[in-house]
Design a binder for this molecule. Structure first.
Ligand code: ATP
Ligand code: MG
Length: 190
């Protein structure tokens, strides 16, 4: 059966992607092998689904529609940079996302619940809202990169969440290729 690698995410506005691109440019000259996320590909993952049988994706889209309709658009803001798992052994470089009213957290819990009913495994790790901007591929100078990255300021951009996106991910040698399969609009505020 054909499967499609996919995940549920939120898009971020062009000014956030542009600021991420500027930050990546500042860090690129360091002698560390990093697979930098293409700015256009930057997103906030709510739920990673992995390989999903094609026939199930329609139901995932419907579940997202139902959840999205129960929420009005709400605001998030970019925060400082951070690294997973820690600054001594950085693997993932990311920009944090502030969810002051806990609305994103509530939304993610609903997505987990709904998709668990459709047989998707629950995420064991606690949810941390972040935008991955790079993945460290070598040990060499990685700590120095983390130190420089964490010392950088990142502007606080406020942005509105208006859609949940079901995204297809095709992993290519030159980076992931993302294709939106479904966009679920949050409720109109009218
Ligand atoms: P690449 O794997 O080539 O670095 P990527 O991680 O961006 O690219 P995917 O592996 O398809 O592409 O992941 C899509 C999104 O889901 C990313 O935001 C990624 O961080 C997140 N993700 C991937 N695997 C998991 C996982 N096992 N648990 C939670 N989130 C995941
Ligand atoms: Mg990946």
């Amino acid at each position: 059966m054909a499967t499609i690698r996919s995940f549920v995410c939120i898009d971020v506005p062009p000014e956030v992607k542009a600021a991420i691109e500027r930050l990546q440019t500042k860090l690129r000259h360091l002698p560390v092998e990093v697979s930098w996320t293409r700015p256009a590909n930057v997103h906030l993952t709510l739920k990673f689904l992995g390989d999903v049988e094609e026939a199930r994706l329609g139901r995932v889209g419907e579940a997202l529609d139902e959840i999205a309709q129960a929420h009005a658009p709400f605001e998030l803001a970019t925060d400082r940079g951070g690294v997973f798992p820690n600054a001594d052994r950085p693997r993932v470089l990311w920009i944090g996302v502030r969810d002051e009213r806990g609305l994103l957290r509530a939304l993610v819990a609903q997505v987990e619940d709904a998709l668990a009913q459709h047989g998707f495994a629950r995420e064991a790790r606690p949810f941390t809202a972040h935008l991955t901007i790079g993945r460290v591929r070598s040990e060499r100078s990685a700590r120095e990169l983390a130190r420089r990255f964490l010392a950088e300021e990142f502007p606080s951009y406020r942005f509105l969440v208006t859609h949940l996106i079901l995204m297809r991910s095709d992993l290519r040698p030159d980076g992931a290729l993302y294709t939106p399969l479904h966009r679920a609009p949050l409720r109109d505020r009218s």
